[in-house]
Write a protein that binds this ligand. Structure first.
Ligand code: G3H
Ligand code: 13P
Ligand code: ZN
Length: 311
């Protein structure tokens, strides 16, 4: 099976009240851990690559690793550019075999966001590739750009219809209180999402797939392991999983997860070295890291996204 777009995945997810996991990938072990879990559970997958991942691992290596995962699993897998920031980057990924791109013009004015997004949509659609746009601005760190909580802004539901109609995007990322990274809420702050905004967006765009970025839960088990073995992440707080389940039962069809993968991997490696300080074979410490990723993704698929058995 070749790489697929997310079109059919989203249609089924919307109708079925579940979401597809969009997991960030940076190397072979991450891809293997994610796809092993998805294969076991027969879940459709979106594997996404940021421009930072592309710089780190190289476009061709990542595409070929994902193609290898398709051969090994037989699953429908969509290869997506996460947070594309220019037309040129999106074009390069489209020309280089990706089946989906995000153009993130959320930091531009409404009109400039529309113009840039439409330029990418026109090129992508002419090449059979789907496009995710973004309206509203999440807090947190993406590709070394740090958006402070003060500069973040919720999506204005009054703008979504015009944005989707004028750009022709296939899915839309919105800001309802999630944020990137492991520090999503201040210590003592009660995690909250603006489900009223999501409901209003859903009403204005019936049947249209919505995307949630910054959706890691910052699983306490991994943070505790990191801190037990020399780390220092006392204030790490993520999105409660019941909120993600609720979003998935609404119009949210794609849930982005990166920080949880990083924490799972780092926890395993820290523990490994604490217990085996004299070891230095990368296969020995990357094996438990990959296993933690597999376990984490299996949990997300069955207990959060609800996309098990939907491949
Ligand atoms: O939203 C950002 C993703 O977590 C990707 O992070 O740009 O450091 O690869 P990155
Ligand atoms: P997290 O940092 O919450 O994992 O968000 C990842 C993301 O939105 C990637 O685009
Ligand atoms: Zn994101």
């Amino acid at each position: 099976m070749p790489l697929v777009t997310s079109k059919e995945m989203f249609e089924k997810a919307y109708a079925g009240g579940y979401a597809i996991g969009a997991f960030n990938v940076n190397n072979m072990e991450i891809i293997q851990g994610i796809t092993e879990a998805a294969k076991e559970l027969q879940a459709p997958l979106i594997l996404q690559v940021s421009s930072g991942a592309r710089k780190y691992a190289n476009h061709t290596y990542l595409v070929k690793l994902v193609e290898a995962a398709i051969i090994e699993t037989g699953l429908p897998i969509c290869l997506h550019l996460d947070h594309g920031d220019t037309f040129e980057l999106c074009k390069s990924c489209i020309d280089g075999g990706f089946t989906s791109v995000m153009i993130d013009g959320s930091h531009y004015s409404f009109e400039d966001n529309i113009a840039l997004t439409k330029q990418v949509v026109d090129y992508a659609h002419a090449h059979g590739v789907v496009v995710e746009g973004e309206l509203g601005r999440l807090a947190g760190i993406e590709d070394a750009v740090n958006v402070s909580a003060e500069d973040a802004s919720y999506t204005n539901p009054a703008q979504v219809q015009e944005f989707v109609e004028r750009t022709g995007v296939d899915s839309l990322a919105i800001a309802i209180g999630t944020s990137h990274g492991a520090y999503k809420f201040k210590p003592g702050q009660k995690p909250q999402l603006r489900f009223d905004i999501l409901a209003e967006v859903e009403k204005r765009l019936p049947g249209f797939p919505i995307v949630l970025h910054g959706a890691s839960s910052v699983i306490p088990e991994f943070v505790e392991t990191i801190n037990k073995y020399g780390g220092n992440m006392p204030d790490a707080i993520g999105i409660p999983e019941d909120m993600l389940r609720k979003a998935a039962s609404m119009a949210v069809c794609k849930i982005n997860i990166d920080s949880d993968l990083r924490l799972a991997m780092t926890a395993a490696i820290r523990q490994y070295f604490a217990e085996n300080p004299a070891h230095f074979d990368p296969r020995q410490y990357l094996k438990p890291a990959r296993e933690n990723i597999r376990r984490l993704v299996a949990h997300k698929i069955t207990d959060v996204l609800g996309c098990d058995g939907k491949a």
